[in-house]
Design a protein around this ligand. Sequence first.
Ligand SMILES: [Zn+2]
Length: 99
Amino acid sequence: MIIFGSKSYLYQLAILTLVCGRCGNPAAHTLKKRVSKFTLFFVPLFAFSTKFTTQCTFCGAEQQIGKEQAQQLEATQAQGGGGQEHLGAPEPGRNPYQR
Ligand SMILES: [Zn+2]
């Protein structure tokens, strides 16, 4: 008798500040990677599916994104240090240090 199945693993890659597409808040989003692995006799053998998602911590909306986009976001956080990048939402003309 052969026992096989699948097991999924969830990895949290980064926490990014993004403007949510659902609630519109510039909230922290977790970047997650879900890997589904084929198992044989409960031993994971190989990954057959890898999905990347971002989840808004404000409203909980989850969005699936592509692998390239996920890598881009992860790289952005690695460079920025604090994950405070303004992705696609530049605010020219706003000067917080103006008196
Ligand atoms: Zn949201």
